[in-house]
Design a protein around this ligand. Structure first.
Ligand SMILES: [Zn+2]
Ligand SMILES: [Zn+2]
Length: 139
């Protein structure tokens, strides 16, 4: 088998994963849920090609915060690392947090969503990326 395109792991290294196809899109989310679950001002997340992500270790460590009206936020129950997102009507992981990928994920954030809710303590960088008050229009 060829080497996977990307590998990644959580902070305690209990959870390991591989992604066999290039990531499809990426962006920053400034919503208050992402602020809460990360403790930061925004979260950088990428879209995974369907069927391309495999959990190779620590599947039993995965836990999820599942809001009634949004994506499930999957994290490592041992170290708390934010790892993945899953659509509410799906059982397949469709999002990966950029910060848990080893090395260069070979994609860059292309926009910022939920900027209407951005943290008051951190100005949004003047990076030229398109900004959306609510969700990305293509999701
Ligand atoms: Zn962990
Ligand atoms: Zn968010």
């Amino acid at each position: 088998m060829a080497d996977p395109a990307l590998t990644g792991h959580c902070g305690c290294e209990g959870v390991r994963f591989e992604i066999d196809e290039p990531l499809k899109a990426a962006g920053y989310c400034h919503c208050t849920r992402c602020q809460r679950r990360t403790g930061g001002g925004a979260s950088a997340t990428a879209v995974v090609a369907p069927g391309s992500l495999r959990i190779v270790a620590g599947e039993e460590l995965l836990a999820a915060w599942e809001p009634e009206d949004g994506f499930a936020k999957i994290f490592c129950s041992s170290c708390g690392s934010a790892l993945f997102g899953r659509a509410p009507d799906s059982d397949e992981i469709s999002l990966v947090r950029l910060g848990v990928i080893d090395g260069d994920p070979h994609i860059r954030p292309q926009g910022r969503q939920f900027v209407a809710y951005a943290a008051p303590w951190e100005p949004i960088p003047d990076d030229g990326l398109p900004r959306f008050d609510e969700t990305f229009p293509d999701r």
